[in-house]
Design a protein around this ligand. Structure first.
Ligand SMILES: Cc1cc2nc3c(=O)[nH]c(=O)nc-3n(C[C@H](O)[C@H](O)[C@H](O)COP(=O)(O)O)c2cc1C
Length: 197
């Protein structure tokens, strides 16, 4: 990472559903990262439809190669999952499994990167349990989960077609998570730690 380029924050997650609430939550968090000065990108929707991660082969679908490359180049990551049966959805978890392909990098896995963690479910129980799992996954991948996590209960808050949250407080929280990811990356850069290419 040098001062000559903007830091990059990659958003990953959501569901395949039209009007995915978790993807809209992700967009708000990415807005926060952009407000803090990051260049943002996202892998969502159909781009998350990848073959099941196979540790027994190096052959990867193009979409999977794109995902791995995007994570490799990211200085920070925001992951948003819907809560499915109290847990991270298979779609999001399979995408995260591909981070295994960064194991031999100079910055292995999510080393040195903040990971914004947000769970969106139709009730508090699944929102909280899913958020906890996402922190655990971020730790396992050697990332730094944001101090502020997002547990969004869609029984109480909705994201409209324009992406706005029906409760201002929720939008503020999601933006702050994105900001924390960007600020961590900026701090790493200021300290002279090398980032992605
Ligand atoms: C397969 C499946 C399992 C779900 N399991 C739960 C659950 O255990 N608890 C809960 O509160 N909501 C559950 N939900 C609801 C979703 O978490 C909720 O609708 C979320 O907003 C969906 O995100 P999306 O709009 O991005 O698709 C489930 C939904 C699906 C489709």
């Amino acid at each position: 990472m040098t001062a000559t380029r903007a830091i990059r924050v990659l958003g990953l997650g959501g569901s395949l559903r039209n009007g995915s609430q978790s993807e809209r939550a992700l967009r708000l968090a990415l807005d926060g990262a952009a407000e803090a000065g990051a260049a943002t990108g996202a892998v969502t929707g159909e781009r998350l439809v990848l073959p099941f991660y196979d540790a027994g082969t190096d052959e990867r679908a193009h979409a999977a190669q794109d995902l791995v490359e995007a994570v490799r180049r990211a200085d920070g990551v925001i992951v948003v999952s819907p809560g499915y049966h109290g847990s991270v959805s298979g779609l999001v978890k399979n995408a995260l499994d591909y981070v295994e392909d960064l194991r031999d990098d100079v910055r292995p896995y999510l080393h040195g990167r903040a990971v914004g963690v947000i769970a969106v479910a139709h009730g508090w129980q699944a929102a909280v349990t899913t958020l906890n799992q996402m922190r655990t996954i971020a730790h396992a991948l050697r990332g730094w989960p944001t101090p502020l996590g997002g547990a969004v209960n869609t029984a109480e808050v909705k994201f409209d077609d324009a992406g706005a949250a029906s409760e201002e407080k929720v939008g503020t929280t999601l933006r702050l998570i994105g900001r924390q990811v960007a600020e961590f990356a900026l701090a790493q850069a200021a300290a002279g730690f090398t980032g992605g290419t």
